[in-house]
Structures are given as structure tokens and as C-alpha cells.
Design a protein around this ligand. Structure first.
Ligand code: BJW
Ligand code: ZN
Length: 255
């Protein structure tokens, strides 16, 4: 992938770069995305069967077991060149990372993440009283695709533990949303990486950035609703594209 001299100049001149990321940034670490592939997380189940409070009420063991399988995959995964390039770009400029992802792969590659808009896989809490809880140490062993696992009980009230993620119909965590708005306010260049731009209100962030006059760069192998708004569409896998971006910055001949 050829990175244009114009984009390199925008990157050089940016005061504050914001990375807004989605499931595609972790795809090259072996973490399935949600919607885009037959192996996607919602290939076997409808989102509404798993990622809503109603689904948890209906069948807590199905939902908890699905999230335990995903937690196992994340614990076994490693950050990929996309996470690493984002962390490396922060070496010489202010960079903020706002992610929709519930994994910790940005943190493990050294990024300081400002906001996890859709929560965390590894921060369970009580479904009834909201008390935070902890998973036992170690990696759970769960069959591929998930298995029925009864959620543990809350130590305070005996209610069921739920994953600490944001399901459809739930409000995004206020502090994370506020941190994302702060990053948006500071950014004059925004990279939208590996997201289908379908889930609201997060999907509005790159649109607001564009409206505020920030340069918007999209990194995605597939077309999305953001294509028409982005100033640059870098079509390809995030690891490949961002690694090339880093390399091009280091090659003075490309200027
Ligand atoms: C690569 C790649 C590679 C592949 N490199 N790229 C209309 C307007 C506004 C709102 C709504 C509306 N209609 C319905 C709503 C509400 C709803 C919503 O947006 N629904 C849409 C489906 C339409 N939103 C909500 O319910 C939100 N809450 C809310 O609105 O609350 C209102 C409220 C206010 C006050 C009080 C109470 C309520 C909450 C949304 C929560 C989303 N949660 C999930 C699940 C989290 C838990 C879990 O992990 O299971 O978050 S849904 C899922 O989608 C997950 C993701 O973070 C999110 C975004 O997905 P993402 O990251 O974009 O992944 P994919 O799979 O969609 O795309 C992957 C992309 O990567 C693709 O483009 C690939 O091409 C690309 N890719 N390989 C780079 N190697
Ligand atoms: Zn409780």
C-alpha cells in the first residue's frame, strides 16, 4: 500500500492525533469481528440473543459462556502490528486512543487508552446490584464458540455476575464518553480503524471530527458508511496499512 505524500504531510503537521478503533484492529490477533465474516461473532447467533440484558435474563448461562469463550481468546491473543504501530506513533506527538473494543490489546501494546466506549470483557459486575467482581486468575478453558456456563454469584447480594460490557439499549459509560469527547475536541487528525461505523452513538465520533474540520483517515479492507466522509480511505488490513504508514514516515525519499 502506497501512503500518499499528502497524508504524510497531514500527519507531520497534526497537533493531536486520535485513533478511534473497532473490532477490525484486533482481527489480526485472531479475535473475531462481529459482522463482517462468516466466522464473525454473530455468525451463529443473532446479536439480540447475546448482547442484550434481555438475552442475559432469558439464558444467563448461554451469554456468560459465550463471553467466557471470548475472554479466553483475548487472554491467549497478542497485540498485532496495528496495535503496535498506534503505540509507536505516540512516541513523538500527542495521541489518544478511543476504542469500542472490550479487549485490552491496545494497553498490552503500550497505548494509554482514553476510553473503552463499550466496556471491558474482564470487569464483571453484579447484574442485580452492580457491585464489581473479579474473574478467578488464569485462562478459562471453553469450547470453540462458547459453552453453557452458569455465571458466578455476587458476593454481596447473591445475584448473577454479568460481563462488564455495554449491551444494546444500555448507556455508554459516562466517564469514557466524556474522555472521548475531550479527545475529539483536541484532535485535528482522526484515524478510524477497523470499525463498520454501524453502532451508535460511537459511530458519530468520526462524523463529528469531520464536521469540526479535523482530517479523517479510514483504515479498513471493506467499504463502510464512512467512506464518503473520510479525507483518506486506506483500504487494507490495519496491521499492514499502519505498519506501512510508520515505515513511510521514516523514509525521507517519500516526502
Ligand atoms: C478490519 C480488519 C482488519 C476486518 N483491519 N479492519 C439509530 C440511531 C442511534 C442509535 C440506534 C439506532 N438504532 C438502534 C440504536 C441503538 C444501538 C445501535 O447502534 N444499533 C445499531 C445496530 C443500529 N446502540 C445502542 O444500543 C447503544 N446504546 C444506546 O444507544 O443507548 C441509548 C441509551 C441512552 C441512555 C440510557 C439508556 C440507553 C449501545 C451500543 C453497544 C454496542 N455494544 C457492542 C457489544 C459490546 C459487548 C460485546 O463485545 O459483546 O459493541 S455491539 C458491537 O458493535 C460491539 C462493538 O464495539 C460494536 C461496533 O462494532 P465494530 O467494532 O465496528 O465491529 P464490526 O464487526 O461491526 O466491524 C468490523 C470492521 O472491521 C469491518 O468494517 C471490517 O471490514 C473491518 N475489518 N478485518 C482493519 N484486519
Ligand atoms: Zn449483587
Amino acid at each position: 500500500m502506497k501512503i500518499s505524500a499528502e497524508l504524510l504531510a497531514r500527519l507531520d503537521g497534526a497537533r493531536h492525533v486520535m485513533f478511534f478503533t473497532g473490532a477490525g484492529v484486533s482481527a489480526e490477533s485472531g479475535i473475531p469481528t462481529f459482522r463482517d465474516t462468516p466466522g464473525g461473532l454473530w455468525a451463529r447467533f443473532e446479536a439480540a440473543e447475546l448482547a442484550t440484558a434481555e438475552a442475559f435474563r432469558r439464558d444467563p448461562a448461554l451469554v456468560w459462556g459465550w463471553y467466557e469463550w471470548r475472554r479466553m481468546k483475548v487472554l491467549r491473543a497478542r497485540p498485532n502490528p496495528a496495535h503496535e504501530a498506534i503505540a509507536a506513533l505516540a512516541a513523538d506527538r500527542p495521541v489518544s486512543v478511543v476504542t469500542q473494543n472490550v479487549d485490552d490489546l491496545h494497553e498490552r501494546s503500550g497505548s494509554d487508552v482514553r476510553a473503552h466506549l463499550h466496556g471491558h470483557l474482564d470487569r464483571p459486575r453484579c447484574f442485580d446490584c452492580g457491585t464489581p467482581a473479579r474473574h478467578p486468575p488464569g485462562v478459562p478453558a471453553v469450547a470453540e464458540g462458547g459453552a453453557r456456563i452458569e455465571p458466578p454469584a455476587c458476593r454481596k447480594c447473591g445475584g448473577l455476575l454479568r460481563p462488564g460490557v455495554v449491551w444494546f439499549g444500555e448507556a455508554l459509560p459516562a466517564a469514557d464518553w466524556q474522555a472521548a469527547m475531550q479527545a475529539l475536541d483536541e484532535a485535528d487528525l482522526l484515524f478510524s480503524v477497523g470499525t463498520s461505523s454501524l453502532v451508535w452513538p460511537a459511530a458519530e465520533i468520526p462524523l463529528w471530527a469531520a464536521r469540526r474540520g479535523a482530517c479523517v483517515v479510514q483504515v479498513n479492507p471493506q467499504p463502510t458508511a464512512l467512506d464518503e466522509v473520510a479525507d483518506f480511505n486506506l483500504q487494507g488490513p490495519a496491521g499492514e496499512v499502519l505498519r506501512e504508514l510508520l515505515a513511510a514516515r521514516r523514509r525521507p525519499s517519500e516526502r
